[in-house]
Design a protein around this ligand. Sequence first.
Ligand SMILES: NC(=O)c1ccc[n+]([C@@H]2O[C@H](COP(=O)([O-])OP(=O)(O)OC[C@H]3O[C@@H](n4cnc5c(N)ncnc54)[C@H](O)[C@@H]3O)[C@@H](O)[C@H]2O)c1
Length: 271
Amino acid sequence: MKWNFEGKTILITGGASGIGLKIATDMAENGANVAIIDLNQEMGNEAVEKLKAITNKEILFFHGSVSDKVFVDASVDAIFNKIGDIDFLVNCAGILRDFLVSRFDEAKWDLTMEVNLKGAAICSQAVVTKWVNLSRAKAKEKGEKYLPTLDNKPRVVIHVASLAAEGNAGQLAYSASKAGVIGMTLTMAKELARYNIRTHALKPTLIETPIIGNLLKKDDGKFRSYYEGRIPFGIGKTSYVSDPVCFLCSEGGYFMNGAIIPINGGKMDGL
Ligand SMILES: NC(=O)c1ccc[n+]([C@@H]2O[C@H](COP(=O)([O-])OP(=O)(O)OC[C@H]3O[C@@H](n4cnc5c(N)ncnc54)[C@H](O)[C@@H]3O)[C@@H](O)[C@H]2O)c1
């Protein structure tokens, strides 16, 4: 066991696959209860089976879209009823719909914003509203407006953005959605610190997961060689994103807020 998340609960969106599933697995292996929101029912059910095989803690799966506010609010209510308070929220659900500015595609633009940006906002509001209300109720008991942060339970929101937020040819909507996520992160970090809530964003480069489809298989492996050559430390693994998430949720991350962390494989000039 690398970390100690005994007694903690994480809600992870997009937790049925790729980076989200790795974070869910690491959290479960290190003692946390895990709740997943994901649009892919089959993969969500498989994830539950996999996680239940490694832990006797609570594992919950809610099938639906992060952009459906009624569904997300109901899912968060259900987690509070079944497990209790959430400690960490990781907004990891995301989609990739690539196009150039000269080939602007309104449907792809809207869907990308709907999932990557609005979805992260909807999930954040659902969880953060609970946290703020809990904090205010405790402060009221003490006759205070805000509970001193030291009397308050530390909580963390992590958005999985992307290095594409710095711009990447062919990813107009995706990069804009992820840049939006970073702006949202900094705003939440400023708004929520008084409630002892930390908000961060991670900006990974290329990580080998289902979201990139057959990109690395294209042209008899020439694409793989191209990306291996472009990123100094090579193509990323999901653990390179999960490990920083675990750190930020651990006691070691206590004093950090509003961190925008590049997970760049050593590449200093974008993707
Ligand atoms: N893989 C990469 O190279 C890379 C790089 C930078 C950032 N990211 C980001 O990491 C996050 C995770 O991606 P991944 O690489 O693990 O891909 P993935 O496709 O393996 O996982 C994405 C998950 O999000 C779920 N999802 C999609 N739309 C949803 C919706 N509307 N509601 C709920 N769930 C939904 C999918 O079902 C899937 O389980 C994404 O936000 C992605 O943009 C990935």
